[in-house]
Write a protein that binds this ligand. Structure first.
Ligand code: 1CP
Length: 360
């Protein structure tokens, strides 16, 4: 495959879709044939980048999330340095919990803390469904300002947490690797569980619809911790709420569903009505290609730890992934999960450049 210059008649003859109005990433999400594989990285703006650390020395994290001009600048700086094909808005999963009635802080080095986690049925009385979107207006402003500073051919991705992952933080009250309280509560208080997840799904749907209305080109729903669940837990306690969220989205929104950790969930995820499914590094890319319908795009797969090795190793890993995905319409290069804090920025830059220039 070669990359002819834009508007080349040969690309039109080859049936390559190249509408300059539609970002490359969005065309790949639609499984259209594209001139090259788009690439961006989860957590591409973050602690591994000196420019970000500089901003954080002056602003605490939650305040940063509520400063749209600064959020747009942080993401634009990362996009510019890396040369990636998409900007995800700079924000976080958890601020949406504030207008739902949760007290959120980020302790330095400790991650998010919820001061009043949901633990029993009476706690649900103080949880509010988000119907008035005014408290999230700063996030829609982040979308508008990011769209303004990012070149048109690059996509701006809005995002939110998926119901299970958001509920997990609201119930545990902090980061967890196992979500034991959350999984115990599903079983011991199923009606509380379903009421709470229904409320989250409706609230998130309103927020992400508003992100799209503010100018986002696509949406990523992060179910980062879904992999801690058994397939039965996922089917019974999570899928119905995920489907209800998806049904509430404005028709035509391209959604990327991101989850990690348990390849056994993939057959349950495959029938979801989303444009794209994230494939983390624990899933074999060729298995995902076989299991997902040909009309669903795929994103991801390189283990973030590869970026801690040397350039020849990184190139070899990227090549393996691109060769496996070659010919599959609708593949987006990304890591299986976020960029690690200790990643050398030069390695991330080289990765992006290599994906964009790779020819089989
Ligand atoms: O400066 C800092 O120390 C804050 C670190 C940080 C950053 C840079 C947090 C705290 N969030 C973010 C930004 C962020 N979070 C983005 C912006 C885009 C980007 O940098 O490219 C996005 C999309 C998220 C989403 C997010 N927040 C997720 C889903 C993605 C994932 O990694 O799975 C999750 C799980 C969170 C929760 C969160 N935010 C921050 C922390 C420390 C945590 C907890 C993670 C955990 O529980 O282990």
């Amino acid at each position: 495959m070669t990359t002819p210059p834009s508007n080349s008649p040969s690309s039109a003859r080859a049936g390559v879709s190249r509408s300059s109005d539609v970002p490359l990433l969005v065309r790949a999400l639609r499984c259209q044939k594209v001139e090259r594989v788009p690439v961006w990285l989860m957590r591409q703006a973050g602690r591994y980048m000196e420019e970000y650390r500089e901003v954080r020395r002056k602003t605490d994290f939650l305040r940063l999330c509520k400063s749209p001009a600064l959020c747009a600048e942080v993401m634009a700086t990362a996009v510019d340095r890396l040369g990636v094909d998409a900007a995800i808005i700079f924000s976080d999963l958890l601020p949406i919990l504030e207008p739902l009635g949760f007290e959120l802080t980020y302790a330095p080095g400790d991650g998010p803390i919820i001061g009043n986690p949901l633990r029993e049925p009476s706690d649900l009385t103080r949880v509010r469904e988000l119907t008035d979107l005014a408290p999230m207006e700063y996030q829609f402003d982040v979308v508008r300002q990011t769209r303004r500073v990012i070149p048109k051919e690059k996509a701006v991705i809005g995002f939110a947490g998926a119901p299970f992952t958001l509920a997990g933080y609201a119930i545990e009250g902090r980061s967890s690797r196992t979500f034991e309280r959350t999984r115990a509560l599903m079983r011991s208080e199923p009606s509380l569980w379903h009421d709470f997840l229904g409320l989250i799904a409706r609230s998130v749907a309103r927020v992400v619809n508003a992100q799209m209305a503010a100018g986002a080109d696509a949406l990523q729903l992060f179910d980062s911790w879904a992999g801690v669940l058994t397939p039965e837990e996922y089917r019974t306690y999570v899928l119905p709420h995920l489907r209800s969220l998806l049904e509430r989205l404005t028709p035509g929104i391209p959604v990327i569903y991101f989850w990690t950790g348990n390849p056994a969930l993939l057959p349950l995820i495959a029938p979801l009505k989303v444009a794209c499914v994230g494939v983390d590094h624990r899933v074999r890319l060729d298995d995902a290609i076989n299991i997902l319908p040909p009309t669903t795009a795929l994103q991801g797969n390189m283990a973030p730890v590869v970026l801690l090795s040397d350039i020849p190793t990184i190139r070899a890993e990227v090549k393996k992934i691109l060769d496996t995905a070659a010919g599959r319409p609708g593949y987006i290069f990304n890591l299986g999960h976020g960029v690690l804090k200790q990643t050398p920025v030069e390695n991330a830059i080289e990765l992006v450049r290599f994906v964009q220039n790779y020819r089989r």
